[in-house]
Design a protein around this ligand. Structure first.
Ligand code: ATP
Ligand code: MG
Length: 671
């Protein structure tokens, strides 16, 4: 990976070039800063005594059955033990203690179904329902230490099911409701789950969409597959559509819960007791079953949720749009907010059902004050136009968050201006399924936010950018993002595969956790995420980031979304190939060969101007859609297959499998 181009760099040979310059900056208003939970001194406190700081967070934010005396045991590295001699229960922390503190009447969840049905669930209601569900699981034979697979739409029952598992000390493994029977089968087998919680179906884009048939198929005997470990299937009734029923195996959720008491004593478990297994999104390949345990995970999710979103549980209405099938749904729909006693919105459906203003309508209706969503959603709303959110009162919003991919500076600016009324801080939060909770993010009352940068490790977190030799890059340099100290919510391994854990995260650099993401430091030392290391392109010896070129493309007013890949090229090693979606009113411009050529030229020149000639895409292809994972991330490896004229690789975690056919068919047509 040496840099062969004499014009491109310093003697220290940065691993990734730093090309795009963004100079805008938005400090918090004085009013916001004055009332913020986190002030600048949090950084000083944490660096003065890092472990003492985490111990204090764990004692303050979490209720322990037995207090811990030891903070971190790293002797079994890279498997950490945090607060290991303490005991606690996650569901007690998320629910019961708020009722005991006199807040039973506080709304925990404002549920909004896609068809418009609503349900208000207080903390006292949640305590009763979780208790009934915990009793039902016990009656059905689930024991402390067992695994339960949850395969549900976004319902109150999804939250209840997760907490009921936690209450009895069984680990849950939530499988996203959009995954196929095969994906479900392999996840059930990997975890050796004994029970599955599902629903008849859920409402999606105005119609009921069945779920139970996928469970039936996943549990049915199959050639070459071992017999299922599942004994019972608990079925939530949501759509009332017809379902096949296996006597002796299938049980209705509502009947099982009705038969149980609403009293249940939570099982105190050790801090390192497994809380859940969750598979990564599969953006780069085969998903990994990430294991999280109880005490450290709850501490860091609660800490980050309180400080990054500036949560005031008495007055805020919080809404994270992530599905519970993703880690964001685990940490910032279920555990973080509930442990903090927040009031939140839970929405079943898609942003465009029945109309494209649905999200903004919900924000107006519930007076949402904190919104946490993904760049893909923001770019989609940008594409639909400002008028749609413009028709709703969004003045209740006071903090906006972003997660899942690097957010392009122009999307960030749009989010702040159109959704945040040019007023709200934005927190761009970098983290992974593996990290369990937010790691790098501005603090909304402290940091002068820069569009497109996650900026600084949170107090208590140590992250940096290193070069090929594991040396920290200087300000202005680029390389690999690493975490150099253990953190409370870190993964404790890949389920059943310690070797793969070591190999994947700890073998690239000695004693450093390798996140797999490229990053750079700007002249102020702030961190910018530059996309997956697997996606980095090498053009004539220049190592270029996909994110920067995509951001340059999105900064052109005709472009709504862009994905960039490096394709093999005889002369330059790799060549930049861009796939772009044009904004609504420009969509037809590439319909004729002349129009397409004009768009190509305009965008190539634009990238040349924004970044430099080396980054100009060799080819720009106008498409209608981009391939995305079910969690909304662009899957560049499939586009690389197209750019290199190969058969398209494994697309099973793709949200819409027809997208790749559309793209290849569209490109075959002359343009
Ligand atoms: P797989 O590991 O199976 O390929 P995945 O990495 O997409 O899937 P997740 O754990 O859901 O699975 O995603 C974490 C990744 O998402 C990060 O490593 C990073 O690439 C990206 N990411 C998340 N938040 C941000 C952010 N704020 N800025 C930049 N990138 C982000
Ligand atoms: Mg990953």
């Amino acid at each position: 990976m040496t840099d062969t181009n004499p014009t491109s760099g310093s003697a220290s040979s940065p691993s990734l070039e730093n090309l795009l310059h963004e100079t805008r900056s938005f400090p918090p208003s004085e009013e916001f800063a004055a009332q913020a939970n986190a002030k600048a001194d949090l950084y000083e406190k944490a660096s003065a005594d890092r472990l003492g700081f985490w111990a204090e967070q764990a004692r303050e934010l979490v209720t322990w059955k037995t207090p811990f005396t030891e903070t971190l045991d790293w002797s079994g590295a890279p498997v950490a033990r945090w607060f290991a001699d303490g005991t606690l229960n996650a569901a007690y922390n998320a629910v019961d203690r708020h009722v005991e503190a006199g807040n039973g009447d506080r709304v925990a969840i404002h549920f909004e179904g896609e068809p418009g049905d609503t349900r208000t669930v207080t903390y006292a209601d949640l305590q009763q329902e979780v208790s009934r569900a915990a009793n039902a699981l016990t009656t059905l034979g689930v024991q402390t230490g067992d695994r339960v697979v949850i395969y549900l739409p976004m319902l109150v029952e999804s939250v209840v099911a997760m907490l009921a598992c936690a209450r009895i000390g069984a680990a849950h493994s939530v499988v996203f409701g959009g995954f196929s029977a095969d994906a479900l089968r392999s996840r059930i087998a990997d975890a050796e789950a004994t029970l599955v919680i599902t629903a008849d179906g859920g409402f999606r884009r105005g119609a009921p969409s069945a779920l139970k048939p996928a469970v039936d198929e996943a549990l049915a005997p199959k050639d070459g597959a071992e017999a299922t470990t599942v004994q019972k299937v608990l079925v939530v009734q949501r759509t009332k559509q017809d379902v096949e029923w296996v006597e002796g195996r299938d049980v209705w959720w509502h009947e099982a819960l009705a038969a149980e008491s609403d009293q249940h004593e939570p099982v105190a478990v050790e801090a390192e007791h497994p809380l859940f297994i969750l598979y990564t999104s599969g953006t780069t390949g085969k998903p990994k079953g990430i294991l999280h345990t109880t005490g450290g995970y709850l501490t860091q999710t609660a800490y980050t949720h309180k400080n990054v979103f500036d949560l005031k549980p008495e007055t805020d209405v919080y809404w994270c749009t992530a599905d519970v099938g993703w880690v964001t749904g685990h940490s910032y729909v279920v555990y973080g907010p509930l442990v903090n006693g927040a009031t939140q919105v839970l929405y079943e459906g898609t942003p465009d059902s029945p109309h494209r203003g649905r999200w903004w309508e919900l924000i107006e209706k519930y007076k949402v004050s904190i919104l946490y969503t993904a760049p893909t959603a923001i770019r989609t709303c940008m594409k639909w136009g400002d008028d749609i959110p413009g028709g709703f009162d969004l003045s209740s919003l006071r903090v906006l968050g972003s997660v899942g991919e690097p957010i392009n500076p122009e999307a960030w600016m749009w989010y702040r201006r159109v959704i945040g009324g040019d007023r709200t801080p934005i927190v761009d939060t970098w983290w992974q399924t593996e990290t369990g909770a937010i790691m790098i993010s501005p603090l909304p009352g402290v940091t002068a936010a820069k569009p497109g940068s996650a900026q600084v490790p949170l107090p208590g977190i140590v992250a940096t950018v290193v070069d090929d030799e594991a040396k920290p890059v200087p300000d202005g340099g680029g390389g690999y993002l690493v975490l150099s100290e253990p953190w409370p919510s870190m993964l404790r391994g890949i389920w059943g595969d310690l070797e793969r854990y070591k190999e994947t995260y700890w073998s690239r650099f000695e004693n450093l956790y390798f996140a797999g993401d490229g990053a750079k430091k700007d002249d102020d030392g702030d961190i910018w995420l530059l996309g997956r290391v697997d996606d980095v392109m090498n053009v004539s010896g220049h190592r270029l980031s996909t994110t920067e070129i995509e951001s340059a493309l999105v900064s052109n007013p005709i472009v709504a979304e862009a994905a960039v890949v490096g394709a093999n090229d005889e002369t330059t090693g790799q060549a930049v190939v861009a796939f772009v979606i044009l904004r609504g009113e420009h969509a037809n411009r590439a319909a004729t060969p002349e129009g397409a050529a004009e768009v190509q030229k305009e965008l190539r020149d634009h990238v040349g101007k924004e970044i430099g000639p080396i980054a100009k895409p060799k080819k720009i292809l106008v498409v209608q859609e981009l391939p995305k994972t079910r969690s909304g991330k662009i899957m560049r490896r499939l586009l690389r297959d197209v750019a290199e004229d190969r058969a398209v690789g494994d697309a099973t975690t793709l949200a819409d499998s027809s997208v790749m056919d559309l793209i290849t068919a569209g490109l075959a047509a002359p343009s």
